[in-house]
Write a protein of this length. Structure first.
Length: 216
């Protein structure tokens, strides 16, 4: 049965996080199609990974027989994360916008999992794996909006996930998520609700489409 790698990075729990809620809709639809399937789940906010350090970097470019204990431990983690990505038939990532870009916890995962000569480089080991990113944001940053130039979630993740890891990237974008909590955005509540509803619909449809594609 197919394996799903599911990453959440919102600092808020489900019910208070648009990215977690929409990702949960995707996962529910996925599991309905694959009741006996495997899900590898990492909550990067509740259980953050260490930031990539000199030991993890140097271990990737040196002889394993010469690794220090610190290098061995650091590279063991990178190997585990690479194996999880390689095992996955599909990837689901919750990526809320924090200060115009992704949470540092998600950046830590990317820094650890991007291993030159393995997951990245001329022949990325997980190339072609479909990844669905739920890129929620409190405002609107799409083409034509006043803050279009402030959008560094999709622009960055497209380069990292596709350009470096070779993954097939699809974005689901619930916008204006702060409309119900920010009085200054009260006139945007209807648009916010519509965006969130569309995101849930797209998430369920995307999960079912991927399930059918993998079964073909």
């Amino acid at each position: 049965m197919p394996t799903l790698l599911h990453l959440d990075s919102s600092a808020f729990p489900q019910g208070g996080s648009a990215s977690r809620d929409v990702a949960a809709t995707f996962r529910t639809a996925w599991e309905e199609q694959h009741p006996g399937g495997k899900v590898i789940y990492r909550d990067l906010a509740a259980d953050p990974l260490p930031h990539l350090d000199a030991d993890g970097i140097s271990a990737a470019f040196s002889d394993p027989s010469e690794h220090t204990p610190e290098q061995r431990a650091a590279f063991a983690l990178r190997t585990t994360l690479a194996e999880e990505l390689e095992e996955a038939d599909a990837v689901l990532i919750g990526a809320p916008m924090y200060n115009f870009t992704i949470p540092s916890t998600l950046k830590a995962w990317l820094d650890q999992v991007i291993v030159m000569g393995r997951t990245a480089g001329a022949s990325p080991s997980a190339a072609g794996t479909p990844v669905t990113v739920v890129a929620s944001r409190g405002g609107a940053y799409g083409p034509g909006t006043p803050r279009e130039d402030f959008e560094f979630v999709q622009t960055y993740l497209e380069k990292a996930l596709n350009g470096m890891l070779g993954l097939e990237v699809d974005f689901i974008v619930p916008e204006l998520t702060l409309a119900r909590s920010n009085p200054a955005m009260a006139d945007l509540i209807d648009l916010s609700d519509a965006s969130r509803a569309k995101a849930h619909t797209n998430a369920a449809e995307r999960a079912k489409a991927l399930a059918a594609r993998l079964a073909a």
